[in-house]
Design a protein around this ligand. Structure first.
Ligand code: WTA
Length: 635
């Protein structure tokens, strides 16, 4: 069916027009022909962005794991579903077939059930990139439990906040994890977190590093013996289209992390359809996305999208620099990877190491390259194109968000002519709009503005767990009747989009979204700190790095500044995780504020980025004198 697999630009325009003119019949056709339903929908779409409320395929009944696993058993039972590539190249890779995956998921699902987990319960998964992570996600979906995966680089405090926010009753973790030459005591982090989580009375522990860990009686159980005993088949729970599938937390510019809620049917249809088209996946291909399943990219494009298409998807446990910077290319060669999807920050880190590692490996299997997570700069784009793709593999620069569930603006490989730094065209069914600051849509080309989406798409998040008002305020209040992305973008003369970056107080560091407020809150807990402000500044590899302006209390002023810097980063590591550490910390006597007392981050951002020629009018500030002082002492 051509609508399902678009192959040239003309066809893209044709299908796009159809999807926009008549979204309901378009998505109905896709859903009907390519998925397995226990009951079809009564209504394709109902929506009202003013509430906001969006429902796709209402009335339909299904289980997403039947679509990801069971229906492939007849035709692809012996095909590899997941290739697990361990942290160390000396450990053998594991090829898990669809049949084996079925067996593993069913056993795990039965273990969950035997431990009292049922439909609608929340389960927190805090695991490294080992097969148990993908399997536990699918096992939850099998029985209708809502998974909440927390990236295993988050601290105990961050983990506890997420567990409590969604009242998870169980945590799935491992004794520890490998990360390059290091090991990480994951179970220790879980133990610490659970001191703050009275609702968790069950912890399943996978064995990975064979470390000697504390197992709390009555709460903690080793996973493997339970799996060995469990029955190998499990009848899937039949879910409603709009039943929640998972919660995934993302940072907001203020307040607690937001638990974005994704539901079942629309998410399935959209992630599967985008996967197939954007990467032009073919039956025999091996696809590798280097993200962690702890992020949305891993949910949608390591697990659900690929498996729904019966694809072979690689899961890599390690890091690009271990045992050396050739590891990615080693894996591409070893598994003959055809589609390779990574982040600009990884590309920049690898580019810095030169091309010698690439030259040692045969990369001829590569057909399509992808990037995601932040804007890709021109230099990194060309390096990727020249050295990895050898100018013959299209680069799909995919723009999307945790909230959007799937890829939104992107080239379609071999179909959309690419342009460095441009995410190019809206995907099928996506209706972007650029808005001006007064709230009017900017029509025409060669314009820039704030990026909104005008019409619902199947995989959009439906709410923020426990806080629908915040969902409305954050995404549907800035522009009437539109979903506001928080990003700025420009549209060039042919209608291609280029994402220019966040327009709110979220900073993207190495592809990870970090809200300024939670970091500032952590810093302000230091007894010597009076107040602080965080801004981003350009960084060669990370894209952005964090710059902190910190005003000390009188008691702090006599302290050694370097020690204070270490302590501040220590607090951030404990409360959020090492990814949020500051690269630079400048101590200040005061922070520039408006007359209403709001910190003027715009000015601080310019100073940190060395763009002080054009600071704008500072005379209306409450304390204009501090600007000069800050400029004089900039790091
Ligand atoms: C940014 C990741 C430019 C953007 C899937 C967005 C990008 C945020 C791109 C979401 C891209 C993601 N070009 N910017 N190709 N992809 N972003 O929720 O600012 O981790 O709003 O989802 O990353 O990050 P999130």
């Amino acid at each position: 069916m051509s609508n399902y697999h678009i192959k040239h630009l003309e066809e893209y325009y044709q299908v796009y027009r159809k999807s926009v003119r008549n979204p309901e019949s378009f998505w109905e056709e896709i859903a009907e022909e390519h998925f397995m339903w226990r009951k079809k929908w009564d209504n394709v779409l109902s929506w009202d962005f003013s509430k906001p409320e969006v429902k796709w395929f209402e009335g339909a009944k299904l289980n997403i794991t039947e679509n990801c696993i069971d229906r492939h058993l007849y035709t692809r039972g012996d095909k590899t579903a997941i290739i697990f590539e361990p942290n160390s190249p000396d450990e053998e890779a594991l090829h898990i077939t669809y049949r084996e995956l079925h067996d593993r998921v069913c056993r795990f699902a039965n273990v969950l059930k035997e431990n009292g987990v049922g439909k609608g319960d929340r389960v927190c998964i805090y695991l490294p990139m080992i097969p148990e992570l993908a399997v536990s996600v699918l096992a939850c979906a099998r029985i209708g439990a809502i998974h909440s995966v927390v990236f295993a680089g988050f601290s105990a405090t961050a983990l506890a906040t997420r567990i409590n926010d969604s009242d998870c009753k169980m945590v799935i973790t491992s004794d520890g994890s490998y990360r390059g030459a290091k090991t990480i005591d994951l179970k220790g982090i879980v133990d610490e977190a659970l001191q703050e989580c009275p609702g968790v009375n069950n912890v399943l522990v996978a064995k990975r590093i064979n470390s000697d860990i504390n197992m709390q009686k009555g709460r903690d159980q080793w996973l493997q013996p339970l799996l060995d005993e469990a029955y190998h088949d499990c009848v899937p729970e039949i879910m409603d289209a709009e039943d929640p599938l998972f919660i995934l937390y993302t940072s907001g510019s203020t307040g607690k992390p937001k638990g974005m809620v994704h539901t079942t049917a629309g998410y399935m249809v959209y992630t599967a359809y985008t996967f197939k088209n954007v990467f032009q996946y073919r039956e025999q291909d091996v696809y590798w996305c280097t993200a962690d399943i702890g992020w949305i990219t891993g949910h949608s494009y390591i697990v659900y999208g690929p498996l729904c298409n019966g694809a072979t998807t690689v899961m890599f446990e390690g890091v690009p620099s271990y045992p050396d910077f050739g590891r990615f290319w080693d894996i591409v060669e070893k598994h003959k990877v055809n589609q390779f999807y990574t982040a600009p920050t990884a590309i920049r880190a690898l580019a810095k190491e030169g091309v010698e590692h690439l030259e040692k490996h045969d990369l001829s299997s590569l057909k399509v390259l992808g990037t995601v997570g932040e804007p890709i700069n021109e230099e990194a784009w060309h390096w990727y194109d020249d050295n990895v793709g050898k100018k013959k593999s299209p680069i799909v620069d995919t723009w999307w968000q945790t909230e959007t569930g799937g890829i939104m603006i992107t080239p379609i490989a071999f179909c959309t002519p690419t342009k460095p730094t441009y995410a190019t065209l809206p995907f099928i069914g996506i209706q972007p709009a650029l808005m001006d600051e007064q709230g009017a849509e900017i029509k025409g080309n060669q314009v820039d503005g704030r990026l909104c989406i005008k019409f619902p798409w199947p995989s959009m998040a439906r709410t923020i767990w426990g806080n629908h008002q915040r969902y409305k305020d954050t995404y549907f209040s800035a522009y009437d009747g539109k979903y506001f992305t928080g990003d700025g973008a420009l549209r060039d003369e042919v209608g291609y989009y280029r994402i220019t970056g966040r327009v709110d107080d979220v900073i993207i560091v190495s592809g990870h979204n970090l809200g300024t407020a939670p970091i500032e809150d952590a810093i302000n807990e230091h007894p010597a700190v009076s107040e602080s402000a965080i801004v981003g500044f350009p960084h060669d590899i990370k894209g952005n790095a964090l710059y902190g302006y910190v005003t000390l209390k009188e008691t702090g002023e006599s302290r050694d500044p370097d020690n204070l810097r270490k302590e501040i980063n220590q607090i951030i590591t404990e409360q959020i995780g090492p990814i949020a550490k500051l690269d630079k910390i400048q101590f200040t006597n005061g922070l520039p504020k408006t007359r209403s007392g709001k910190i003027m981050r715009r000015i601080l951002r310019k100073i940190a980025s060395n763009e002080t020629e054009n600071l704008g009018d500072t005379s209306t500030l409450l304390n204009p004198e501090c600007v000069q002082e800050i400029m004089d002492n900039v790091l």
